[in-house]
Write a protein that binds this ligand. Structure first.
Ligand SMILES: C[S@@+](CC[C@H](N)C(=O)[O-])C[C@H]1O[C@@H](n2cnc3c(N)ncnc32)[C@H](O)[C@@H]1O
Length: 182
């Protein structure tokens, strides 16, 4: 199963239709659309720093049928707690906008700032899926910082899993953070 299919499989199996979700990296909107369909009685907050991403995503939603359970937010995910507090499902699909400007990419400092906040605001039994693209410079550095950070997370409160192709160390991989009942 490829990385993105794996994340979706995990999310589908841990999500209820009234859940609050966050797409921390909207991009072209495919993850946002997936979440929006998954939670017809819930809500999705979707973040990106690029106008282009918001435009592409709105276009996708118009084509596929407009859903009214989503808010598109032009702001960095490190500020997400200004818009939403507790949530159940989060997706980080790090890197740059596919077919967009490769110089505008997620950065380790803001990614870590956002993940730190997100694990505290994650509801019990909630899930965060982080896809890390270690095949490009900034993505590789983000991976190192994320690994350092998760080593120090309480193992009583959180379960942390990793899914990767161990035969190819430049392909993307996924970290899943699950909050326990505590
Ligand atoms: C790999 S793309 C996401 C793909 C997307 N989830 C999809 O389904 O198409 C990564 C996105 O993260 C955005 N990004 C970069 N820094 C960000 C930040 N601090 N906060 C939110 N989004 C950011 C980029 O602009 C880019 O659109």
């Amino acid at each position: 199963m490829n990385i993105l299919d794996f994340s979706k499989y995990i999310i589908k199996n841990n999500c209820r239709e009234d859940n609050i979700c966050i797409d921390f990296t909207m991009g072209n909107g495919y993850d946002s659309l997936f979440l929006s369909i998954l939670v017809p009685k819930g809500f999705v907050y979707s973040f990106d720093i690029q106008k282009q991403a918001i435009e592409n995503t709105k276009k996708l939603f118009l084509e596929k049928g407009m859903y009214n359970n989503i808010k598109f937010i032009e702001d960095g995910h490190e500020n997400f707690d200004k818009y939403v507090k507790n949530f159940n499902i989060g997706i980080y699909n790090l890197g740059y906008l596919p077919k967009g400007n490769k110089n505008i990419t997620t950065k380790k400092e803001t990614t870590i700032e956002s993940i730190k906040k997100s694990i505290y605001l994650l509801e019990k039994k909630g899930i965060i899926c982080i896809t890390i693209y270690r095949g490009h410079g900034e993505g590789f550095l983000e991976g190192i910082e994320i690994e350092k950070f998760i080593k120090n997370i309480s193992k009583e409160k959180y379960e942390i899993y990793r899914y990767e192709n161990i035969k190819n160390d430049i392909t993307p991989y996924v970290i899943i953070i699950k909050r326990n009942r505590l």
